[in-house]
Unconditional design. Structure first.
Length: 120
């Protein structure tokens, strides 16, 4: 999918539960349960860059749930190219991320929370 000659792509993140076990729990912490504590399964955070028209996975970074989406998204800059329009949800309006993504010939758009103040 393109818009005015630009490839439309999106960045977003999610969390995935993985099987419990010594190897997984050594790297990824258990998710808290409704009652508190760490009784849930270990979790992995995934932040991905996807081409919107074809839904092709362009790139993804994986890490522990203790690392935020914003910090992980910087790992996707290796796959950004001139001529891309990158969309992101309201969790990504950080000035530093935009500075990385908005290099020459790359354009970024992000939603915003109503009460959130943006840096000038």
């Amino acid at each position: 999918m393109s818009w005015r000659g630009l490839l439309v792509a999106a960045i977003d993140g999610t969390q995935v539960a993985i099987p419990a076990g010594e190897a997984n729990e050594a790297v990824f912490r258990r998710q808290p349960t409704v009652l508190g504590g760490g009784g849930g399964y270990p979790g992995v955070r995934v932040v991905a860059l996807v081409a919107c028209g074809t839904r092709t996975l362009v790139d993804a970074v994986f890490g522990p749930t203790t690392t935020g989406e914003l910090a992980m998204a910087t790992g996707l800059t290796r796959s950004l190219r001139p001529g891309m329009l990158v969309l992101a949800d309201r969790n990504f309006p950080a000035r530093d991320l935009f500075a990385l993504l908005a290099a020459p010939a790359r354009i970024c758009c992000s939603g915003s929370r109503r009460r959130r103040t943006h840096p000038a």
